[in-house]
Design a protein around this ligand. Structure first.
Ligand code: HEC
Length: 187
């Protein structure tokens, strides 16, 4: 056998083995990833209704949705909130119809384009964004989503998390509280 022929066969066998190695790798990548199934939890939520300014409380059964995808929420599971926001525990705005209407109006004009009319994270302006706007409807029911957490997200925006969430530094505190009231009333 000629030397050049032998060399040709050697190169052929070598490239064949490289090719098969490549195939094996591809097959490995295609193994489906097991998705975690999260069962929705049933819980109760206290509701308040106002008749002539007199509050009446009642309990309502709700289905708690699975945790929404969010860079900020993931961060918060291992890190504390900035001190300024950690201390905000309650929303001083009273849940009467007038305030609820004001909050809903603010939400529709400022936030719905990205977060969607029903706050499910499906607004048209959010379609091309990475990460996508959060499903706020499901977020507000999560234990981490305290008033301080929501204030932090709305005031500072997504810059620290490299997301397109704008920072509403110039929006008054009262308007942010009205927005939070609206979001929490949606569920
Ligand atoms: C330009 C599109 C856009 C607009 C407008 C917008 N957001 Fe966002 N928002 C985002 C994106 C993107 C995120 C980040 C998602 C992530 O971190 O995974 C986000 C995150 C948030 C979060 C943090 C929740 C979390 O845990 O991720 C809150 C709260 C929020 N937005 C509320 C609002 C409110 C209230 C308004 C209106 C005043 C508003 N957003 C307007 C795009 C937008």
């Amino acid at each position: 056998m000629k030397n050049s022929n032998f060399l040709f066969i050697l190169i052929f066998v070598f490239s064949l083995s490289l090719f098969s190695l490549g195939c094996e790798k591809k097959e490995k990548e295609e193994v489906p990833i097991k998705t975690q199934s999260i069962k929705p939890k049933v819980d109760t939520k206290a509701e308040v209704e106002y008749t002539d300014g007199v509050p009446k409380y009642k309990a309502r059964k709700i289905i708690v949705p699975p945790r929404p995808k969010s860079v900020r929420l993931d961060f918060t599971t291992n890190n504390p909130l900035p001190k300024k926001y950690r201390e905000i525990k309650t929303n001083p705005i009273i849940a009467n119809q007038k305030n609820l209407d004001k909050g809903a109006k603010l939400y529709q004009s400022l936030c719905s384009t990205c977060h969607g009319a029903k706050a499910k994270g499906d607004g048209a302006a959010g379609e091309g964004l990475t990460p996508r706007p959060t499903d706020l409807y499901s977020l507000v029911i999560q234990p981490e989503a305290t008033v301080g957490y929501l204030m932090w997200a709305i005031t500072d925006g997504g810059k620290p998390f490299k997301s397109a969430m704008p920072s509403y530094k110039k929006l008054s505190k009262k308007k942010k509280q009205l927005l939070i009231l609206h979001l929490r009333s949606m569920y």
